[in-house]
Design a protein around this ligand. Structure first.
Ligand code: NAD
Ligand code: 6OD
Length: 489
């Protein structure tokens, strides 16, 4: 049986407590994961501190950038291993993991190496009343040891999205991937080892949240900052833990995102785009549209076309190139999503497509599958419209005016993403700018430029990642102010 070990102070470390890593496509056990106890986490944090005070902290930016390029190259060299690990941990199809998850895992290191080499610093001249002046300039220093806690939906992509900028800024990291998806994180540790990352700069600890590695990281007084992607409720627990020692936090949390389809949209392109926006990664993307508003003149046609398109979705083995949709990540999450399907029925929804569990007649029947689903006719106040489901389901609703749909789309405590489909340029700008979200896409969805700010407001998070936004979070800035006297007369 494959073993996923911790990586602490430059060495792979076993532990006596182990848990099963399960392939959600067929429910089989694929690896044993070594759970880090409190002492192991403390050793990782101490190793991180020694690395920041020592070899890694003294590495000049150009050499840090060179190291990040080597990491990207090594991920690409081991592409097949990463692909296999990501598919077996998540059940996501090769068509997705090979084009999004693994390439982005490598790209995250390249982009932050590029940004590190060109990152500007502020400088101001201050004129003083006595005729003298001061110059101010900012220096960028690492925060120290950063605790990184990541989710299961895009495991490598979302872990490296934090590891790369944190290392670029000269920090050490202690990473805890989701207990559901330890595979690619362990391979990343192998990559760090292979490229010669100084011991302690990158540490990996496996485990769960409460009373396990997650909590040991977030409650440690020796962790200098916490960056977390996951559920809003978990964010709230981590915020409480971080408050004790007052430390910087960066949160990317849940979403209940709206899509707005205007009657003047390019119908076919919109349908293609909305199939991705609702069902990519089986709806397990924080940006997915769970509330779809369609302008009344095309409502019936759009809903019928969406239901027709769902017939061509192919659930199946992740390794099959024809598969377009995978399972839910776990039995627990499958039950949560099916619970919402049942709740939708109770709340009075009409099921336009799906709503059940598929049957395969083979080992996939032991996996955690649900049918892609479309529902309608729920009031905006329904729990299924208010709460994040994180599965392959959307609610479709007609609307009549721009003002009405803006109000309804913004009627949520989340504030992550919106997608707007129209060929009217003025409307595109008006509506996208009025969305209370961090990310508004027009005639597109999940189109990423890694230099741009990424994140949300309200229950969707705190702060922005991406480009210089990440660099600023992972840096301690010191302003140096120098008074320059006038020449004595
Ligand atoms: P989760 O919150 O259950 O778990 C995320 C991580 O937190 C895991 O590593 C878990 O072990 C750890 N954890 C759980 N409880 C903890 C605690 N008390 N202390 C410390 N660590 C703890 O999230 P998930 O189920 O893995 O991911 C799905 C959720 O993540 C969805 O809500 C989704 O919207 C959100 N998400 C948001 C973004 C974004 O960019 N905004 C991206 C991806 C996922
Ligand atoms: O693309 C990214 O950088 C990013 N953070 C994606 C998040 C997806 C959420 O599930």
């Amino acid at each position: 049986m494959k073993q996923y070990r911790n990586y602490i102070a430059g060495e792979f470390v076993e532990s006596t407590r182990r848990f099963d890593d399960i392939d959600p496509a067929d429910g089989s056990v694929i690896a044993q994961v070594h759970e880090a106890d409190r002492a192991a986490v403390e050793t990782a944090i101490a190793a991180g501190k020694a690395a920041v005070d020592g070899a890694w902290g003294k590495t000049p930016p150009a050499q840090r950038a060179a190291m990040l390029y080597r990491i990207a190259d090594e991920i690409e060299r081991r592409f097949a291993d990463f692909l296999e690990a990501e598919m077996s941990d998540t059940g996501k199809p090769t068509s997705l993991a090979s084009t999004v998850d693994i390439p982005r895992g490598a790209a995250n290191f390249r982009i932050f190496a590029d940004i590190l080499k060109t990152a500007p610093l502020e400088s101001f001249k201050t004129d003083l009343p006595d005729g003298a002046h001061a110059i101010n300039y900012t220096v960028r220093k690492p925060l120290g040891v950063v605790g990184i806690i990541s989710p299961w939906n895009l495991p490598l992509l979302l872990l490296t999205w934090k590891v790369a900028p944190a290392l670029a800024c000269g920090n050490a990291v202690v990473c805890k991937p989701s207990e559901e998806t330890p595979g690619t994180a362990t391979l990343l540790a192998e990559v760090m080892h292979a490229v010669g990352m100084p011991a302690g700069a990158f540490n990996l600890v496996h485990g769960f949240g409460p009373d396990s590695a997650g909590e040991f990281i977030t409650t440690s007084p020796d962790i200098d900052a916490i960056t977390f992607t996951g559920e809003s409720r978990t964010g709230s627990a981590i915020m409480r833990a971080a408050a004790e020692h007052v430390k910087p936090i960066s949160f990317e949390l849940g979403g209940k995102n709206a899509a707005i389809v205007f009657a003047d949209c390019d119908f076919d392109k919109t349908l293609d785009g909305m199939m991705r926006a609702i069902y990519l990664n089986s709806g397990q993307v924080c940006l997915c549209s769970e509330r779809v508003f369609v302008e009344r003149p095309i409502y019936e046609r759009f809903v019928a076309a969406l239901a027709e398109r769902l017939k061509s979705v192919k659930l199946g083995w992740p390794t099959d190139a024809a598969t377009t949709m995978g399972p839910m990540i776990s039995a627990e999450h499958r039950d949560k999503v099916l619970g919402y399907y049942a709740l939708a029925l109770e709340e009075g929804a009409s099921f336009i497509a799906g709503g059940g569990v598929p049957h395969f007649g083979n080992a996939l029947d032991n996996g955690f599958w649900v049918e892609p689903t479309v529902v309608a006719d729920l009031p905006d106040s329904a729990r299924c419209i208010k709460e994040e489901i994180f599965g392959p389901i959307c609610h479709v609703a007609p609307f009549d005016t721009e003002a009405e749909v803006i109000r309804r789309a913004n009627d949520t405590r989340y504030g992550l993403a919106a997608t707007i489909w129209t060929t009217n340029l003025n409307r595109a700008h008006r509506v996208s700018q009025s969305m209370k979200v961090g990310l508004a896409w027009v005639n597109s969805w999940f189109l990423r430029d890694l230099r741009t700010p990424f994140g949300g407001s309200g229950l969707s998070g705190i702060g922005r990642e991406g480009g210089m936004h990440s660099m600023n979070f992972y840096s301690e800035l010191t302003n140096v102010c120098i008074r320059i006297d006038q020449e004595p007369t």
